[in-house]
Design a protein around this ligand. Structure first.
Ligand SMILES: *Cc1c(COP(=O)(O)O)cnc(C)c1O
Length: 370
């Protein structure tokens, strides 16, 4: 099918087969003018196969399209699947870049180990993402802050119903044009405290990015929406007392004395790269930073007394999202004036400026692409 197949010398491991039927430029322009999130996809995907017998093989960038799957493929029965979420950013000078992609590669390998899957070499992971972005560079939305959201994922493809780690896997990266979050400053979200459901238990999979965590969070998230809130916030599974995180974002608390706090990574919290980056920036500013448990009743008391000034959630998709209001069946409290706090906005801006290449990057977080 492919018209031109060429080896890319910089990364000999991935072949590039150009899509012979890409979306025509006029249709593409209309699609990326207002892409929203996660619905507009590019012309290509990266795909790499793994088998116990051959290891990683058949690595290529090829036309994006359906993947044939046997109905007995293990992932459809036992959910052996992991993923990553990252972005390629447009730099202010017109270039493009990834942000800390090696962190995504490492976390992907952590996830793989937890789900008894093979680890992908860091270079192959980063090359697959990088070459996909370079191939689909025309899909960057022409709006401020527009980016390509990248979704690497891997699943068990062996045709076998026995319960064991699969002997075969598919690793795929797809890219989606997404709009900017920078226009008006993100509006604050309201949170519903889930009492019936938890997200992660000690010894479980809460610290890795597997689809199953999300499947298990959907009923709680649907309950939050039904009750009129934006997002669900999960408490710890053991005591139902300590605030952990949202279904897909980490939480931060900002106090009157200027200190900030976030729950510690104890195996039930996803180690967000945005979380880690913001902690680093805050420490560099000389802020007092605590990674300590925070009880839900303390959160309420501190918000009501004014000791707590701001709260925000963070993750790659929306960067930083202020939390305005928290509600459970027993109580409801507002944080600050219910809008975005000053420190929240400043930390967000500092991170965005580094990601866009307009602020110094002393930690070499930005990986410029060709
Ligand atoms: C992906 C994810 C995050 C955010 O991680 P980033 O690396 O900052 O995007 C937070 N919590 C959960 C549960 C996640 O899956």
């Amino acid at each position: 099918m492919a018209t031109d197949t060429l080896d890319v010398s910089a990364t000999p491991s991935l072949l590039v087969e150009r899509n012979p039927n890409p979306v025509d430029p006029a249709t593409r322009a209309a699609l990326i003018a207002e892409p929203g999130f996660g619905r507009v996809f590019t012309d290509h995907m990266a795909i790499i196969r793994y088998s116990d017998a051959k290891g990683w093989h058949d690595a290529k960038i090829t036309a994006r399209g359906p993947i044939p799957l046997d109905p007995a493929a293990a992932v459809l029965h036992y959910a052996q699947e992991i993923f990553e979420g990252m972005k390629a950013y447009h730099l202010a000078d017109g270039g493009m870049a990834l942000f800390r992609p090696e962190m995504n590669a490492k976390r992907f390998c952590d996830s793989a180990r937890r789900l008894a899957m093979p680890e992908i070499p860091e270079k192959l992971f980063v090359d697959s993402v990088r070459q996909l972005v370079e191939t689909d560079r025309d899909w960057f939305p022409p709006v401020e802050g527009g980016s390509l959201y990248l979704r690497p994922f891997m699943f068990a493809s062996e045709v076998f119903l026995g319960v064991k780690p699969s002997a075969e896997y598919l690793y795929i990266v797809i890219a989606s044009a997404v709009g900017g979050y920078f226009k008006s400053g993100a509006p604050a979200v309201s949170l519903w405290v889930s009492q019936d459901y938890t997200r992660a238990a000690p010894g479980g999979t809460g610290a890795v990015k597997c689809g199953g965590n999300y499947a298990a969070s959907l009923a709680a998230q649907a309950e939050a929406i039904r009750k009129g809130f934006d997002q669900v916030v999960f408490l710890d599974a053991a005591e139902r007392r300590y605030v952990e995180e949202l279904g897909g974002m980490n939480l931060f608390f900002v106090f009157e004395d200027g200190s900030i706090q976030t729950p510690p990574l104890g195996g039930t919290i996803l180690p967000g790269i945005t979380r880690d980056s913001l902690l680093t920036l805050a420490r560099e500013e000389g802020l007092t930073v605590r990674e300590e448990p925070y009880a839900i009743d303390q959160w309420q008391a501190d918000a009501e007394s004014g000791r707590l000034k701001e709260s925000f959630a963070c993750g790659t998709a929306a960067v930083v999202t202020p939390v305005g209001k928290v509600t459970s069946p027993d109580f409801s409290f507002t944080i600050g004036d219910g809008g975005a706090g000053a420190l929240t906005l400043r930390l967000k801006q500092r991170l965005v400026d580094i990601q866009r290449g307009v602020a110094p990057d002393p930690h070499h977080w930005v990986m410029r692409l060709d």
